[in-house]
Design a protein around this ligand. Structure first.
Ligand code: NAP
Length: 487
């Protein structure tokens, strides 16, 4: 049964579309249900946006861009700062809402709210620091000037795994740069984004800068918007498969694109790592977000001399985690997002076990309602196990031994993905040598988490293109105009 604080946070969410500063129903009046993944029960009914609603949202973004692009940087900065303050003030309610729609433990949701807020604060500070350059041309008779201007109306599509932060790290730099936007959160978790829009409304963001639409059918509703000549930029976070098809759509209008796609992070542990430190890092890299993170350690490559101890230590820690509904106090592992995700995780484990892997702990679903899977550690991983190549997106840790540094690097890079890798060693020279060879956009060097508002988050290879966060993150929303001046 739902507790009164849960009902109260749900009642505060505007479950409608936010277009041009007004909350409205979907054009055909339809809604779709949002479910609590721990119980499978409907917790909200959100307006179902039609293609016409999506184009209306783009129309609002397009019209508002004419004035917003010349707004005072300090005004944009102040709005972001006020939104930051409001998110921090309401972090308990936002965290509870996030757990209700996404399932993860409340402590994790609180951490995500803080992470999301940090982008609002970071870009409130960047809004007033957009600059250009001035230099002499080679002959000395002219000057080279550059100015940076907002790209224009943007389309943002975000996933369910970080319902608030994935939107915040696009919305904040876009606002700071003077862009307007249409945001489409995931169908499974639209409530956090709707609350964020409400907070921006309260923070004084002019109507039409941020528009939120929630279609039940993403493909048919978003394609006309992406292909509309008024759109100038597409930023997507989600699977590589969907990202690839959106890039093709974006090619029609030659859009600027940012793609934050799938991962298959290797976690390397050398014999000089220090077992406890490596295990601490492994637990964060594996279990943050129930393993449903693009940055999740997907496979552990461990020096043969310490592989057995590492696997046993990891199994001991994983098996002691408390599983349950995320809203309950001391729960550490919530449910997976839905039945499909649970089936996929179970299928990958079964595939490995059928091919010869050994289960040290877990390896099965939890009986009862909700989509729970036991934290799992596997060893003796056969080379052809699918989970070495596919993104697991669940609480499953395959541990594989290596016998040389060269073999470790080759194994780490044996994937088409390239988002993040983790490396544990106390040998400074090895740390740099291996870091330089890893084919990923980010490396966690003796740490199990890389996410930070001040850092450029992003991948290479099939993990995407573009960076979010840090000074680099705002550049994604700025075009450079060069002026050749004759003096
Ligand atoms: P997904 O299925 O690709 O969905 C992501 C978003 O795209 C959702 O809003 C989804 O809407 C929408 N979408 C799906 N098909 C679409 C289409 N044809 N046209 C327009 N929009 C469409 O991914 P997911 O399962 O939500 O998220 C998990 C994936 O995201 C993982 O691969 C993970 O690695 C990746 N991810 C990457 C990063 C990063 O920064 N690199 C961060 C987080 C997650 P619906 O909800 O309506 O389907």
């Amino acid at each position: 049964m739902m507790r009164s604080d849960e009902s109260a946070v749900l009642a505060a969410v505007p479950q409608r579309l936010f277009i041009g500063g007004a909350w409205r129903d979907g054009g055909e009046g339809a809604t779709f249900a949002v479910e609590d993944p721990a119980t499978g029960e409907a917790i909200a009914h959100v307006a179902d946006a039609t293609p016409a609603d999506a184009l209306a949202a783009l129309g609002a973004a397009h019209e508002t861009f004419a004035s917003w692009r010349t707004s005072a940087p300090r005004e944009r900065s102040d709005i972001l700062r006020r939104a930051y303050d409001l998110v921090v003030e309401r972090s308990d309610a936002l965290a509870l809402l996030m757990t209700l729609e996404m399932g993860k433990a409340l402590s994790e949701s609180r951490a995500e709210v803080a992470y999301a807020a940090s982008f609002l604060r970071w870009y409130s500070e960047e809004a007033v620091r957009i600059d250009g350059r001035y230099s002499s041309n080679e002959s000395g008779g002219g000057r080279i000037l550059t100015m940076k201007q907002p790209v224009g109306p943007c389309v943002f599509i975000t996933p369910w795994n970080f319902p608030l932060a994935m939107g915040a790290r696009k919305i904040a730099p876009a606002i700071a740069a003077g862009c307007t936007m249409v945001v489409k959160p995931a169908r499974l978790t639209p409530l956090s984004t709707l609350m964020l829009a409400k907070i921006f409304e309260e923070a004084g963001l002019p109507g039409g800068v941020l528009n939120v639409i929630t279609p039940a059918s993403s493909g048919s509703v978003m394609e006309p918007v992406i292909k509309d000549p008024r759109t100038r930029k597409l930023s997507f976070t989600g699977s590589t498969e969907v990202g690839r098809s959106l890039m093709a759509q974006a090619s029609e209008q030659i859009l600027r694109v940012s793609m934050e796609l799938g991962g298959n992070a290797p976690f390397l542990v050398f014999e000089d790592a220090g077992l406890e430190a490596a295990l601490d890092g492994a637990m964060i890299a594996k279990m943050r977000n129930v393993g449903e993170a693009c940055t999740s350690a997907n496979r552990f490559h461990v020096a043969a001399a310490v592989a057995e101890d590492f696997a046993q230590g990891l199994a001991a820690r994983m098996s002691s985690l408390k599983i349950g509904r995320g809203v309950d106090p001391d729960v550490e592992v919530g449910p997976l997002i839905d039945a499909d995700q649970l089936d996929k995780v179970a299928e990958l484990v079964d595939d490995a076990v059928t091919k010869g892997a050994t289960v040290l702990t877990g390896g099965e679903r939890v009986d009862g309602p909700g989509h729970f899977y036991k934290p799992t550690v596997l060893t003796d991983i056969p080379e052809d196990a699918r989970l070495l190549r596919e993104e697991i997106f669940g609480p499953v840790a395959p541990v594989k031994a290596f016998s040389s540094e060269q073999e470790a690097v080759a194994a780490a890079n044996a994937t088409e993905f390239g988002l993040v890798s983790y490396l544990y060693t106390s040998d400074l020279q090895r740390a740099w040598r291996v870091t330089e060879l890893l084919e990923t956009g980010m490396v966690g060097l003796n740490q199990g988490m890389v996410s930070n508002a001040g850092a450029p988050f992003g991948g290479v290879k099939h993990s995407g293109t573009g960076r979010e966060g840090g000074p680099e993150g705002i550049e994604e929303y700025l075009e450079i105009k060069y002026v050749a001046m004759n003096i």
